[in-house]
Design a protein around this ligand. Structure first.
Ligand code: GLN
Length: 494
């Protein structure tokens, strides 16, 4: 029989539906590859029994001639930021270690309803704060990729959805959930040569997702190709009255709408993204992307997003501000860890629990966030950042007068080595430079593989679309995918 772990969402679903193989066989194949890949540290908790249990239901439904869901028979990885009933949910933090939710997040519930099964909870940057997965309390994920210089240096899988990206690239799961606050679906997808889409803010419910920065957080799928992302996004998205920012709109049939003919579409190339000293492999890949979209029929226009250079500083004020407020709930009373020194009072317990429970990056963000929200500095930082955010959204509004989509690199570099950026938080933050503008504006944005650099590492191309135009983004992604011919895979060493 074919190696089932080589198949993606669409192929697995159709193979199960046609009876070529059973959902239980699929679940067992992926369970085995998860069990054999401990060296990658991609999972915080493995749930092989859950994958098999869901598969049995699908096989029984098929035998009974019942209709099958969009993800029927497809086992997936769940980023450990989504609350899963009865399964530990930690956000990769010590403070939530041992927290077992009594409820299920809306997005994961939607996926189970669609017939998906859970292979386990995937590692991530702590509270989704990071770009390399190195802030996890449970140790960093190691990318399955290696440079071609024979050095065997361990590389970052990107972040914060680094467990998701590594697990898909290593074929431990055909697809996984991600969340993206300032690039956490797109940048890790780019680093390992897979696809991922952050939909329009509000498409996927935030209910039951551990909050980082609520006005930015958005869930989305990560998978091997564009079609698989479209299928999974359909299963994840939808109105949810439990999330007040959820969009009350029907979920489009993105998979059925896939069409890589881009005639009549205008694609904008933002000149401000051509940073001085841009990596030459990145610049080359971007040029290739432009040529591929032209070949697909699109007209290419140069555009300007004049406030781009303020996006990163604004993001690193707004996101920590919201985080400091969201993370105030971890006090040792209601969830997870409690550190109650002998003879201590309530305040001491709060302080001891939070000092022991949060990692360095999370503490840094809480401190930045409380500082920018404090009475004396609120206007100078937070109000100013909100104004910049409005200007960035306006830049995109103006751009849409000239084009329908925007093409840019996903990240300014290929995957970097573990430890290379940890001593300098600013250099880590700079890696998000191309990702955060679309987040601040709430726009759909996708990363698809664009090629390999000189070191033999994957690079990602980013497509940004108008609000609610996930279809346009997916279609441009498909046009690139068909022309890039990206088939490279990490050589198995784990
Ligand atoms: N790397 C960014 C940060 O550290 C984005 C994280 C994310 O999107 N969750 O905040």
């Amino acid at each position: 029989m074919t190696d089932l772990t080589k198949l993606g969402v669409a192929a697995l679903r159709s193979g199960v539906a046609s009876g070529e193989f059973t959902a239980v066989e699929v679940a067992e194949a992926f369970n085995a590859s998860v069990a054999a890949a401990k060296a990658l540290n991609a999972f915080i908790v493995e749930t092989p029994e859950k994958a098999v249990e869901a598969a049995k239901v699908v096989d029984a439904d098929r035998a009974a001639g019942k209709p099958l869901g969009k993800m029927a028979g497809v086992p997936i990885g769940m980023k450990d930021l989504f609350a899963t009933e009865g399964v530990q949910t930690t956000a990769a933090s010590h403070i939530l270690e041992g927290f077992v939710p009594t409820y299920e997040s809306t997005v994961s519930a939607n996926l189970w309803k669609a017939g998906a099964g859970m292979l386990g909870k995937l590692n991530l940057d702590q509270f989704a704060m990071g770009s390399s997965n190195e802030t996890s309390y449970f140790g960093n994920v190691i990318s399955p990729w290696r440079r071609n210089d024979g050095s065997n240096a361990a590389l970052a899988p990107g972040g914060s959805s680094g467990g998701s990206s590594a697990a898909i690239a290593a074929r431990l799961c055909p697809a996984a959930t991600g969340t993206d606050t300032g690039g956490s679906i797109r940048q890790p997808a780019a680093f390992v040569g897979i696809s991922g889409i952050k939909p329009t803010y509000g498409r996927c419910s935030r209910w039951g997702i551990v909050a980082f920065a609520s006005s930015l957080d958005q869930a989305g799928p990560m998978a091997r190709d564009v079609r698989d992302c479209a299928i999974m996004l359909e299963a994840m998205a939808g109105f949810d009255p439990k999330d007040s920012t959820s969009l009350d709109l029907p979920v489009p049939e993105w998979e059925a709408g896939l069409n890589s003919d881009l005639r009549g579409k205008k694609v904008g190339i933002p000149k401000e993204y051509r940073l001085d000293g841009i990596d030459e492999d990145i610049a080359k890949m971007w040029d290739n992307g432009i040529a591929w979209l032209k070949d697909a029929g699109a007209e290419i226009v140069e555009i300007s997003l004049p406030h781009t250079k303020y996006a990163l500083p604004a993001y690193y004020i707004i996101a920590p501000a919201e985080a400091s407020s969201n993370l105030a709930r971890y006090d040792g009373v209601r969830y997870g860890l409690r550190d109650l020194p002998d003879g201590a009072g309530l305040q001491d317990m709060y302080a001891a629990t939070r000092a022991a429970g949060f990692g360095a990056e999370v503490r840094r963000r809480i401190m930045i966030g409380t500082y920018v929200l404090s009475a004396g500095f609120y206007d100078a930082y937070y109000t100013q950042a909100q104004k910049v955010r409005a200007l960035i959204a306006r830049d995109f509004e103006n751009a849409w007068k000239q084009c329908d989509l925007i093409l840019a690199p996903t990240a300014p570099s290929a995957a970097f080595g573990l430890g290379e950026k940890t001593s300098d938080p600013l250099s880590m933050y700079l890696n998000d430079v191309f990702a955060v503008p679309a987040s601040l504006a709430g726009l759909p944005a996708m990363s698809v593989p664009g090629g390999l650099d000189k070191q033999g590492l994957p690079l990602g191309l980013q497509i940004v679309g108008k609000a609610l135009d996930e279809q346009g983004v997916l279609n441009a992604g498909l046009a690139i995918e068909e022309r890039a011919g990206f088939t490279a895979e990490a050589e198995k060493w784990w």
